[in-house]
Design a protein around this ligand. Structure first.
Ligand SMILES: [Zn+2]
Length: 441
């Protein structure tokens, strides 16, 4: 992918269209838990899915939005990100590293990533960066994210699963902890969440590095010794985990978050997901961050699909990969009764993607950024094609160009202001604001 592109701002009309209750029927190919429903409909009311079915079940007296050439899928759920870093453009490491501690100690990493991020914090712009990252996520069809800054006020963009998922009785999700840097207090919080009923979840970076890196392999041994092999825990990266380790994880109910692009860009290889899949480990796909991973879930799906095709034999089907972006991450954080599926009485977190092939799953794993036609969070259209946004919200929103197509965001914030604040600040650091999307070749 090359990062030409994007932000041509036409400027904003609206500020706050996200508050009024709405009933909408969306008609297209609905991706239900048992497979695609051609000419299906989803009735959304007050942020929830009310009914799902064939055209015949559509009530006549509500607003209809027809996306018959598109796929209506559950919104993508991103379980591994470091959001505010996504304001920075792609970092192309010239060399591959052995372990995560290698690149973190390189002067270039400090110059390009750590120091500018610290400066953003000092300038009081980290929440602007966080919001900009949420916009990037929404444009990639993401409706839930993790890895947000704790102190930024919510502007009702993505659901922040580790801070405030905004879902009734949501179990606690703990994120962004390196197991061997956990304080006793953090450990206590994690143990309490994991022992609760229903239990919460811990998303934890373990064994990041090259597959044969001894220190990364040792991290997994320490992880086991410290009693983390338990249901509710999900390992992020795990590049150095051996096949037998995945068998133990499956038995214990430990999940796995796979970030192939970031692994391969940094270390030249990724986790042994073939054996993880064979062992029956519940797996999610997530981008890590956009400096070395994908811009968001759509890009990571495309990357994973290309990687998968290059394997002999391919370990996954396109359907497996889509489940790793929707239902599996919901299960891994104990939210599968609320998000990750298009079913009645679930949250109306949806993505509408242009259908480019007969195979619905392949359409999703090969979609380009401009194919995202609508992203719906809490039953509100927050990103998408102008006509659809207008139908849903009554007004189009702040328009932007994504890979040559005009799209819009409907926001409780000013998009031009966020970009106007970030752009000069990041330029003064000798860098540029990351593009909202990366357009394929
Ligand atoms: Zn990470």
């Amino acid at each position: 992918m090359k990062a030409n592109n994007l932000v041509a701002l036409c400027v904003g009309l609206l500020a706050s269209v996200l508050s009024h209750a709405q009933t909408v029927v969306l008609t297209g190919t609905v991706l239900g838990p048992d497979g695609p429903i051609e000419h299906g409909s989803v009735l959304v009311r007050d942020g929830r899915i009310v009914t799902v079915g064939s055209d015949a079940s559509i009530p006549r007296d509500v607003q209809h939005i027809d996306v018959r050439d598109a796929i209506i899928a559950p919104g993508f759920i991103d379980l591994h990100n470091h959001m505010s870093f996504n304001a920075f453009p792609r970092w192309k490491p010239a060399q591959e590293f052995g372990a995560r501690y290698d690149w973190q100690q390189k002067p270039v990493y400090n110059v390009l990533i750590t120091a500018p991020h610290k400066e953003l914090v000092e300038l009081g712009l980290v929440c602007e960066a966080e919001r900009y990252a949420e916009l990037k996520a929404l444009a990639q069809g993401e409706t839930s994210t993790v890895g947000s800054e704790r102190n930024c006020p919510s502007v009702n963009l993505t659901r922040k699963l580790d801070i405030d998922p905004g879902l009734p009785n949501a179990p606690i999700t703990i994120y962004n902890t390196f197991p061997f840097q956990m304080t006793a207090e953090q450990r206590e919080v994690a143990d309490k969440a994991l022992s609760a009923s229903p239990h919460g979840s811990l998303l934890i970076h373990v064994s990041e590095g090259a597959p044969r890196d001894a220190s990364a392999a040792r991290e997994f041994e320490m992880f086991k010794q410290q009693g983390f092999m338990r249901a509710g825990v999900n390992i992020i990266h795990g590049v150095a985990i051996p096949a037998a380790g995945f068998v133990d994880m499956a038995k214990a109910g430990v999940g796995f978050v796979w970030s192939p692009r970031s692994n391969i860009e940094l270390y030249g290889d990724t986790a042994d997901v073939t054996n993880a899949h064979v062992a029956g480990v519940t797996m999610a796909l997530a981008p890590d961050w956009s400096p070395t991973g994908s811009v968001g879930m759509l890009g990571e799906l495309q990357y994973a699909a290309a990687w998968n095709l290059a394997q002999e034999p391919s370990p996954f089907t396109d359907r497996d990969l889509v489940i790793m972006a929707t239902a599996n991450p919901a299960r891994m954080v104990g939210l599968d009764s609320q998000i990750g599926y298009i079913l009645a009485d679930r949250a109306a977190d949806l993505v509408v993607v242009r259908r480019t092939s007969r195979d619905v799953y392949a359409s999703l794993t090969h979609a380009a950024p401009q194919d995202v036609m609508l992203t719906i969070v809490r039953g509100q259209a927050v990103f998408g094609d102008l006509p659809l946004m207008k139908q849903w919200n009554g007004v189009a929103g702040d328009s932007v160009q994504i890979c040559g197509e005009v799209k819009a965001f409907a926001l409780n914030m000013s998009l031009p202001t966020a970009i106007e604040k970030l752009t000069p600040a990041i330029q003064r650091m000798g860098r540029v604001l990351a593009p909202l999307a990366e357009c394929g070749e």
